[in-house]
Design a protein. Structure first.
Length: 257
């Protein structure tokens, strides 16, 4: 278990950046099987108001999926690990989908037919290959097969990189990451001039931790993963909710499920 201390109370002049899966929300067997509890959504709305709008979601999901998940609220957000970014209702371009990625998606769909429980996640400009739902006896073989497939597909995708995660390997553009997305937000109102705070759980969050540390901010690892650049730790999403709850000193608005 990590020896990192728990984070301090959220500063009133924070710029708050939050990962979604594994941080705000516990993992589900399938990416489309998660939902946002109404109480959590209400809490985030209060925090957004208290911070003068300086709250953003920073996720591997694309912006369209984030908006579906957190509807009816539309938060500032970075999607696809920073490839997409939205501020003040504007969406940053994700770029065209390379033909080689479309071919890889089709080939991956054929591959998983021989690996029951494996899942192909179409993220538009990125592609995720999941093995969380694979039976334990087959999980190692499936992981090796998906990792090898992704490595082969990368050969035809200049400008892309492999991004390992929790029971997933992704093919994604390499020109952006969560750290660059956070730094871009910090150059803009209402985030500029505030103390950056970022909570996340996965390897994809490490660039965000490093960026926040370099700005003198607060980096929070969620979970027990070793070797993180984060300086503080919370054990799970429930602890994240409790930490955020302390920061909300105003009554939460009613939000319909």
């Amino acid at each position: 278990m990590s020896a990192l201390p728990p984070p301090p109370a959220l500063p009133g002049h924070a710029a708050l950046f939050l990962d979604v899966d594994g941080c705000l929300l516990p993992f589900a067997p399938r990416p489309d099987a998660v939902s946002v509890p109404p109480a959590l959504l209400a809490r985030l709305i209060v925090l957004q108001q208290q911070l003068g709008g300086a709250l953003a979601l920073v996720s591997g999901r694309n912006l369209a999926t984030l908006d579906q998940l957190f509807a009816p609220q539309v938060f500032a957000a970075a999607g696809l690990h920073g490839v997409e970014r939205r501020r003040s209702g504007h969406t940053g371009a994700a770029g065209d989908v390379p033909p080689a990625l479309a071919r890889a998606r089709q080939a991956a769909m054929a591959l998983i037919e021989s690996h029951p429980g494996a899942l192909v996640e179409d993220k538009g400009a990125a592609l995720g290959l999941h093995w969380r739902m694979v039976a334990p006896a087959r999980k190692a073989d499936t992981e090796r097969a998906l990792q090898a497939f992704a490595a082969d597909a990368l050969i035809d995708l200049p400008g892309y990189q492999l991004q390992p995660g929790d029971h997933v390997i992704e093919l994604r553009p390499r020109h952006a990451d969560k750290g660059s997305a956070i730094l871009a937000f910090l150059d803009e109102a209402p985030f500029a001039g505030r103390v950056p705070v970022f909570a996340g759980d996965d390897l994809t969050d490490e660039p965000g931790f490093r960026a926040v540390n370099a700005q003198g901010g607060i980096s929070v690892l969620v979970g027990d993963r070793a070797g993180s650049a984060a300086r503080f730790r919370l054990p799970d999403p429930a602890a994240v909710h409790a930490w955020l709850r302390v920061a909300t000193d105003a009554p939460t608005p009613e939000v319909s499920p």
